[in-house]
Design a protein around this ligand. Structure first.
Ligand SMILES: NC(=O)c1ccc[n+]([C@@H]2O[C@H](COP(=O)([O-])OP(=O)(O)OC[C@H]3O[C@@H](n4cnc5c(N)ncnc54)[C@H](OP(=O)(O)O)[C@@H]3O)[C@@H](O)[C@H]2O)c1
Length: 326
């Protein structure tokens, strides 16, 4: 990849990232602790990811209210050689209900960001994060404060590089105008199911109302500014790969069948086809896979090997849209 800075050992990121949101048990509140079985599951998921060449791991301080980071910290403690061989990324900025408010809100204030990073480092049991992302845009963001927080984190060595998630080009530009460090990542929901990120391009000068909220120009901005685009939800939470369907639409069924047909034709899995579809896009997308099931992780191993032709790529997009090109 080579787009963002290397980690301390000079390792550059793998094309696939392992997303750790599923680790740490099933309880999103901090009421129930994770079990030894959950720790075993985390070890197995990390091992499966490493075995297919993944060396980058994605966290957020809110995943299972900190337990995803905590359990990953246990894995790191048992595998002393691992920290230097991987790139660790986490996020902050979403603030669950606490003493100050009984609801979730977003908070990019300086003290909150600094506090969050201390919590992340302590749960992961590491001295530094390779990349810190701001999780979701804070409506009350003051870019100067974010700049102070990032400056402090960089100077103290706690965070090497910085990025954002779920942000438009305008929001990134506003932040960047005050920062003395570059934004190196933007993580967005993108998949064959969640295909509004490509639809937006063909709706220009046609039907802007059909844009389904993906901010126009964001992909192009990231490409121009050398900001690595990461795709969360790249397996569409299993909708095309065997998860029992809640969306029973004919389009979903037809797409699942087509994905499977390409998998059989190319001697691979439906998971690898879905990822190869994202990776065929010239933006150089880095998918963040989130399954904790080892067999499903292993099913992603061919993603980099498979190259879809232009016609195959459009065929999948048109089928998933349920509509031909305008
Ligand atoms: N930046 C953000 O706002 C944001 C938001 C959400 C997620 N993320 C990151 O992105 C990562 C991936 O997100 P995601 O979990 O939504 O993505 P995903 O890889 O598309 O979906 C994986 C999820 O689908 C489930 N699933 C069920 N049946 C499946 C099947 N047949 N095939 C594949 N998966 C199946 C998995 O369950 P099992 O684990 O039981 O296999 C898992 O919960 C997360 O771990 C997190 O790091 C970021």
């Amino acid at each position: 990849m080579g787009k963002f800075p290397l980690n301390d050992s000079g390792i550059s990121a793998s094309r696939l990232v392992y997303g750790c949101m599923g680790l740490g048990g099933s309880d999103w509140s901090n009421k129930t602790a994770y079990t030894p079985e959950d720790v075993k599951q985390a070890h197995e998921a990390v091992e499966a990811a490493l075995s297919i060449g993944i060396n980058m791991f994605d966290h957020a301080n809110i995943y299972k209210s900190g337990k995803a980071e905590q359990i990953f910290g246990e894995v790191l403690k048992e595998r002393k050689d691992l920290r230097d061989r991987i790139i660790l990324q986490s996020k902050c900025g979403i603030r669950f209900a606490d003493d100050l408010a009984p609801f979730t809100r977003f908070d990019f204030s300086k003290d909150y960001i600094l506090d969050c990073v201390d919590g992340i480092l302590s749960r992961l049991g590491t001295d530094y994060l390779d990349i810190l992302l701001l999780h979701r845009p804070d409506a009350l963001v003051e870019p100067e404060e974010v700049a102070e927080a990032f400056h402090h984190l960089k100077a103290s060595g706690k965070v090497k590089s910085f990025g954002v998630s779920n942000m438009s080009a305008g929001q990134i530009r506003l932040l960047q105008s005050c920062l003395d460090v570059p934004i190196v990542v933007n993580q967005l929901e993108m998949s064959l199911y969640r295909h509004n990120w490509v639809d937006v391009g063909i709706n220009v000068n046609r039907d802007p109302a059909a844009n389904d909220i993906f901010p126009e120009g964001t992909l192009e901005f990231c490409r121009l500014e050398n900001i690595q685009i990461q795709a969360w939800g790249p397996l569409a939470q299993g909708i095309y790969t065997g998860r029992p369907l809640t969306d029973q639409s004919e389009t979903v069924r037809a797409t699942a069948q087509k994905v499977q047909a390409y998998a059989e034709q190319k001697g691979t899995t439906a998971e690898s086809i879905l990822l190869a579809w994202l990776m065929r896009h010239p933006a150089g997308i880095q998918p963040v896979i989130g399954t904790k099931t080892p067999e499903r992780i292993l099913a992603c191993k061919d993603a980099e090997r498979i190259t879809l032709t232009r016609e195959e790529w459009y065929d999948l997009w048109i089928t998933a849209r349920g509509a031909v090109m305008p």
